[in-house]
Write a protein that binds this ligand. Sequence first.
Ligand code: DGY
Length: 320
Amino acid sequence: MTGKPKLWVTRRLSDATLERAARDYDAVINFDDGLSSDDDLVAMSAQVDAIIPCHSERFTAEIAKKLDPRLKIIANHSVGVDHCDLPALKARGIVVTNTPDVLSDATAEIAMLLMLGSARHAAEGDHLVRSGNWDFWSPSFMVGKQVTGARLGIVGMGRVGQAFARKARGFDMDIHYYNRTRLPPHQEHGATYHASVESLLEKADFLSLHCPATPQTTGLMNAERLALLPAGAVLVNTARGALVDESALLAAIESGHIAAAGLDCFVTEPGGNPSFSAHRNIFMLPHIGSATVRTRDAMGFRALDNVDAFFSGRTPKDLL
Ligand code: DGY
């Protein structure tokens, strides 16, 4: 290839990332930050050698078939890659990478915020004070569930699950985890391994989801599994909306079996699930797990590192 490779950055990434992209590549940057259509993805594939997309752009099998052979690498600015049909992209010879590690702490912070916030009525309390309607106090007012010393179940003990376990240890939680394979002791962070999700659920007064969305994990938290949680459990999801059967969660919230939920992701994004809004014990955030300045810089740089490696003939660190 003569000259700099042409790179399309599909969203407005951090300033440091965009500066580096513009310096090192013939970069096309979407400063408007608008979401690209499927047609845009296909059209741009004929004009660039590399794309840095976010999880908001969907590279389905159908789109993969239409991509132009000019496109050589999709370097995702995300750890989750459920928006990419990896076998279909591989079949087209397109290299795909993601950005693991760098967002684990930021996402675990949001899981902690959701766990504490949903257990202790944070959003509801804020709303009450802010709306000027706080005119009452009693010992039985906004009584929540104590996190310190409680039993925590983690589904998916990858990097984010481990970062969350480390933080939960600071709250003296009795941590249990399920993972496809048992981790070596130094990665268990004192947590007890369960060989099945079902056995984990029985121990989880708080349950936090940290596994990827795959055909196997879609609808993981269905009515049957929600019923296995102890009465009054709290569910936290910072992974992907698809892991939770939202109708089943709604029913479990309405019956009181689930005391509260803290959700950063939803089946439909953006937007979320309008049926959740009527329930004050569902604490919701708009998919901001990795949204810190430091993490967004690190994600952008990690995506660029992968593009750099590819065009200098090395194997990208985060090749999928
Ligand atoms: C990820 O990296 O997968 C986060 O959900 C943000 O896209």
